[in-house]
Write a protein that binds this ligand. Structure first.
Ligand code: ATP
Ligand code: MG
Ligand code: MG
Ligand code: MG
Length: 479
């Protein structure tokens, strides 16, 4: 089954059960002080949960472009190193806004996985919320009882607040959740761990694929929980992980979601992807991952910039450039060459990339060119710094790398960690503070309680200052 078939079957399944199929919201979030990027399918629906707006449909399903590189959900450092965390990924989701609840949600997720996708029941297990005394939250008996109808009780595991109470950010809608995990280990390996296999949460082949959240609360800024006016279902399934399980692969990168980009990278660089944990193989995976985040974010209107969401994209892009430069020995712009293929691959799902392919390519290539101009000198400088550093790179040196060579702090941290060095990030921040007119570090935005939105604060996009220079300024007009 191709990834396109798998996506379609998900949407068809929920359409047949009365769900309206809606488009993905943009990956870039505007008008929300608590969030730079969409990090879950539910973001675009938060006002329905809070009761601020009334939905046109009580049942909705979609595939949502998500990005988890800042704020509460930040997976950047796992990407390319493990086989299933991406920067940008698709989250398949179905929602009930005050309509069906735990019974239907659990029954349908089981039906879809075992009857439509025909996953081996013997490889599935589920977790439910065990409760939390401090928050005064009970164990989720209702979810437990629903699962009992379809799965053996020794496959229902209890999970704590960290794993089984889902929160979008520091504030906002939240609630207990139940998650579905798949054990992808070989039969042989499973035999050798018989009896213990259900509790192995950390094994790289035992993967969480689907989270069913039961939205019942709103987390306020003072930390307290407010009960929502109605009860809702919010589910999120990692599309790339699902495809991997159905296609029987060991890694998300071995599915048809990524193999095209990896093959194209092989062709461009003349190197061979060998599926290993080598730096070179990680570079292949990082590129296959990062190009998606970069492409879809720019296609959604966020240009790389020196602050805010734009700086997050610039950081991801520079991280990717350093990977091909250092580990694939490729010294010219590479990422933009992958874009036409990606645009074609997603033409039917996210047509916004294909429609703007020339523009996105131009932006990406110029970003690569600009960073490649200082990268070599910067890498030599960091080598010198590392050679003369003790256990850590000092804040002042990290700042010099940032200021003179355009090294984002996480790139310095990455290179330092490869040499078992830390970075004095407090010192770096202090240096940053001293520099007036410098961007605030991305991700340190102030959060407020969720409130009713006032639509008069909308910004209208009117263009970019210039595409030719390093300092691109995005222009907006208040409307
Ligand atoms: P994990 O524990 O693997 O980090 P999570 O618990 O943070 O996942 P949720 O917030 O529950 O993830 O999101 C719902 C689903 O989205 C997950 O079950 C998973 O399939 C998928 N998902 C989450 N983060 C990523 C990611 N970085 N890349 C790919 N898929 C992801
Ligand atoms: Mg996570
Ligand atoms: Mg998890
Ligand atoms: Mg989860």
């Amino acid at each position: 089954m191709t990834s396109a078939d798998i996506r379609k079957q998900f949407l068809d399944f929920f359409a047949q059960r009365g769900h309206q199929i809606v488009p993905s919201a943009p990956i870039v979030v505007k008008n929300d002080p608590t969030l730079l990027f969409t990090n879950a399918g539910m973001n675009q629906f938060k006002d329905f949960f809070l009761g601020n707006k009334k939905p046109d449909h009580k049942r909705v399903a979609d595939t949502q472009k998500c990005l988890r590189v800042s704020g509460k959900h930040n997976d950047l450092e796992e990407v390319g190193v493990d086989t299933y965390h991406h920067t940008m990924f698709e989250m398949l989701g179905n929602w009930s806004f005050g309509d069906y609840f735990k019974k239907e949600a659990i029954a349908w997720s089981w039906e879809l996985l075992t009857e439509v996708y025909r996953l081996d029941k013997d490889r599935l297990y589920v977790t439910i919320f065990e409760g939390d005394e401090k928050e005064g939250l009970p164990k989720d008996e209702e979810a437990y009882n629903e699962w009992k109808k379809v799965i053996a009780e020794d496959r229902i595991l209890l999970g704590n607040k960290k794993d089984n109470f889902w929160e979008m950010g520091d504030t906002g809608p939240c609630g207990p959740c139940t998650e579905i995990h798949v054990d992808c280990r070989s039969d042989e390996e499973r035999k050798s761990v018989a009896g213990k296999d259900l509790v192995n949460n950390d094994h790289p082949q035992v993967i969480e694929i689907w989270n069913n959240v039961f939205m019942q609360f709103n987390r306020l800024k003072d930390g307290s929980l407010q009960t929502l006016p109605a009860q809702h279902v919010d589910t999120g399934m990692g599309f790339e992980r699902l495809v991997r399980v159905i296609q029987g692969k060991q890694s998300n990168y071995d599915t048809d979601v990524f193999t095209g980009t990896i093959a194209a990278t092989e062709k461009i660089t003349g190197k061979k992807y060998d599926y290993s944990d080598s730096k070179e193989a990680i570079a292949f995976r990082v590129l296959a991952d990062h190009i998606r985040a970069i492409a879809f974010t720019i296609a959604d209107g966020q240009l790389p910039a020196n602050n805010g969401a734009g700086y997050v994209i610039r950081r991801i892009l520079r991280r990717a450039v350093r990977y091909y430069y250092s580990y694939l020995d490729y010294k010219q712009p590479l990422l933009f060459q992958l874009l036409p293929l990606l645009a074609k691959q997603f033409e039917d799902v996210f047509p916004e990339l294909n429609k703007q392919i020339d523009f996105v390519s131009k932006v990406v290539k110029e970003e690569e060119d600009a960073f490649l101009k200082t990268l070599d000198k910067g890498l030599k400088r960091i080598d010198d710094i590392i050679a003369t550093s003790g256990k850590q790179i000092e804040g002042r040196a990290a700042f010099e790398l940032f200021d003179t060579f355009g090294f984002p702090i996480d790139l310095t941290r990455l290179i330092a960690s490869e040499k078992n060095l830390a970075v004095d990030e407090t010192g770096f921040e202090a240096e940053m503070q001293q520099q007036k007119n410098r961007s605030r570090a991305a991700g340190t935005i102030d959060t407020e309680d969720w409130i009713v939105l006032h639509d008069n604060a909308v910004n209208e996009f009117i263009g970019y200052d210039s595409l030719e220079t390093e300092s691109k300024v995005t222009k907006y007009r208040k409307v």
